[in-house]
Ligand binder design. Sequence first.
Ligand SMILES: C[S@@+](CC[C@H](N)C(=O)[O-])C[C@H]1O[C@@H](n2cnc3c(N)ncnc32)[C@H](O)[C@@H]1O
Length: 204
Amino acid sequence: MSISSDARLSAPSALRNRDPILDVLAAVLPPAGLVLEIASGSGEHVTHFARHLPHLAFQPSDPAAEARASVAAHVAAEGLANVRAPLALDAAVADWPVGPAAAIVCINMIHISPWPSTLGLMAGAGARLPVGGPLVLYGPYLRDGVETAPGNRAFDESLRRRDPAWGLRRLKDVAAAAEKHGLALERVVEMPANNLTVVFRKSA
Ligand SMILES: C[S@@+](CC[C@H](N)C(=O)[O-])C[C@H]1O[C@@H](n2cnc3c(N)ncnc32)[C@H](O)[C@@H]1O
């Protein structure tokens, strides 16, 4: 991430992947309501989505104060009225400081945090989404029967060197964790650079 003269951080990957992710979101998000983003990072995703989906309200969040300051600075710089102030939210900690959400989006957190963050994400999403509400994930995953791209293997090794609790997850394990909280795997969309967008829906 690079740093601008104010609190705004910039992640080159976010600028590359935000349009392909937006295309999927436009197809799967509900027509109205609050979209909760977990692990907002720089805030370049939520501001982009809010600008292009003005009929929705967005609630960014991140446990890192630096990220929250960046999100708020990006929102202020763009003058977006449909983005709420970022919340301090650690997916791994129960009792998220937010109520129900029509949809939940989480980009590039699952492999860059310990596994309990994913378990907390599923519990929190399962408790907050209405029946039919989507949980949308984006990132690289390991898939049974699909050869892992060399770039993703190297990325996995570099993540584990940084923190042994990090690393690419098996999509099957993520889907099993989701299922325990009533979140059924609906679709897997192949994205550029060997990433996936994974859509779950809260079942009855
Ligand atoms: C690689 S960054 C991704 C940021 C942004 N979503 C993006 O794709 O540019 C990972 C983010 O996950 C956040 N994070 C790590 N552990 C978390 C947790 N347990 N709950 C919520 N966010 C977490 C970090 O603070 C960081 O902002």
